[in-house]
Design a binder for this molecule. Structure first.
Ligand code: SAM
Length: 299
C-alpha cells in the first residue's frame, strides 16, 4: 500500500453541492443516497477533514487486509476505499444500494486502472445472503457510517459472519452516539434539538431510512456471538464532522493541529465512545457446532 492521499483518484464533481447526510431533509425517497453521489467527494472525500480521517482508516486497512485476499465491502459509496485496496493488490467485491454511487465508483476504478480487481454490485447489505452459498470472503470492510443505515444490525452481523471464514477480519467505521463536536457545533448555533439528535431512542428518520447510532459497547455486544473485537478507536474526536468541512478548509493551521491530535487519539479506546465515528476491528470466531443432545449431555 504505497500510495498516499495525494495519489487518490479525483473524479470532477458536478456544479451544485449538497451536504452529505443532512438529516434535516427527512422527506422520504427511494435511493436515499442517489442524489448525493455526484457531490459526495466534493463535500466530504476531497475536503481536508475527509482526507485526514480517511488516511487514518487507510493506515488500518494496510494492517488488516492483505494483497490477493478477497474482501467484501458494504456501502462502498464512490469507491474511494475499494480503489485504494485494489491498487495495493487486494480483490474487492464492492457493494452499495445506490446505483449512482456504484456508477461513480466504477468510473473511479476505471480512471485508477484497477477495475480488474474490483467487482461492483448494486446490492443492499440486507441482501448479502443472495451471494451464492459457499461464497466466502477473506474479510469485510464498511467505512464512514454505512452500517448505521441498516435497521437490524444483529441480522447484518449474522449474515456477514456467514460469509466469512474463521479468523477473517472485520473493519467497520460506525457513527457513534456521543459526539461532543456535534453538540458544540449545534449548541453554538442555538440548535438544541439537532445537537442531541443522536440520542433519540429508535434513531433518526432520513429519506426513508432509519439511521441508528450504537455506542462502541453496543457494537461489541452485537458482534459478540460471531466475532472477537480486537480494537476500538475513535475517529472524529479532534477533527470535526463533515458538515464543518468548509470551516476547516479555510483554516490550514487548525486542520494541521487537529489532524495531529486525531492521530494521537488513535491510542485511546476510551475516546471511541466520544467521537463522531469509531473504528471497530474484529475477527470471525470459529463456528461452534450445535450441542449434541445425548442423554449424558442432557442430564
Ligand atoms: C456515508 S456513505 C459512506 C460511503 C463510503 N463507505 C465511504 O467511505 O465514503 C454511506 C453509503 O452507504 C450506502 N448505504 C446506505 N444504506 C445501505 C444499505 N442498506 N445497503 C448498502 N449500502 C447502503 C449509501 O448508498 C452510501 O453510499
Amino acid at each position: 500500500m504505497g500510495a498516499t492521499a495525494s495519489n487518490a483518484v479525483v473524479v470532477p464533481p458536478p456544479a451544485t453541492l449538497h451536504p452529505i447526510l443532512d438529516l434535516e431533509e427527512d422527506n422520504l425517497r427511494d435511493g436515499a443516497f442517489d442524489d448525493t453521489a455526484g457531490t459526495y467527494d466534493a463535500t466530504f472525500t476531497d475536503t481536508k477533514v475527509g482526507r485526514a480521517l480517511r488516511e487514518i482508516v487507510w493506515s488500518r486497512l494496510e494492517q488488516v487486509f492483505r494483497p490477493s485476499q478477497r474482501i467484501l465491502e458494504l456501502g462502498c459509496g464512490t469507491g474511494e476505499d475499494a480503489v485504494r485496496l485494489a491498487s495495493s493488490g487486494v480483490r474487492v467485491v464492492a457493494t452499495d444500494s445506490s446505483s449512482q454511487m456504484i456508477q461513480m465508483a466504477r468510473r473511479k476504478a476505471r480512471i485508477g486502472n484497477c477495475q480488474e480487481r474490483i467487482e461492483f454490485r448494486c446490492l443492499a447489505m440486507e441482501a448479502i445472503g443472495s451471494f451464492a452459498e459457499g461464497d466466502v470472503f477473506d474479510g469485510v470492510l464498511s467505512n464512514f457510517g454505512a452500517v448505521n443505515c441498516v435497521q437490524d444490525l444483529q441480522a447484518l452481523v449474522a449474515d456477514v459472519a456467514e460469509r466469512l471464514a474463521p479468523g477473517a477480519p472485520l473493519l467497520w467505521v460506525v457513527m457513534g452516539r456521543h459526539a461532543p463536536w456535534e453538540w458544540l457545533w449545534y449548541l453554538m448555533r442555538g440548535r438544541w434539538r439537532k445537537a442531541w439528535r443522536r440520542l433519540r431512542p429508535g434513531g433518526i428518520k432520513w429519506r426513508g431510512l432509519t439511521i441508528s447510532y450504537p455506542t462502541p459497547a453496543q457494537m461489541r455486544s452485537l458482534l459478540r456471538p460471531h466475532f472477537a473485537v480486537t480494537r476500538l478507536a475513535p475517529l472524529g474526536v479532534a477533527l470535526p464532522p463533515s458538515y464543518a468541512a468548509a470551516w476547516l478548509d479555510r483554516s490550514p493551521f487548525a486542520a494541521r493541529v487537529l489532524t495531529r491530535l486525531e492521530r494521537w487519539a488513535q491510542r485511546s479506546n476510551m475516546l471511541a465512545s466520544w467521537s463522531d465515528h469509531f473504528i471497530v476491528e474484529a475477527v470471525r470466531l470459529a463456528r461452534c457446532s450445535a450441542p449434541v443432545n445425548t442423554p449424558a449431555s442432557a442430564a
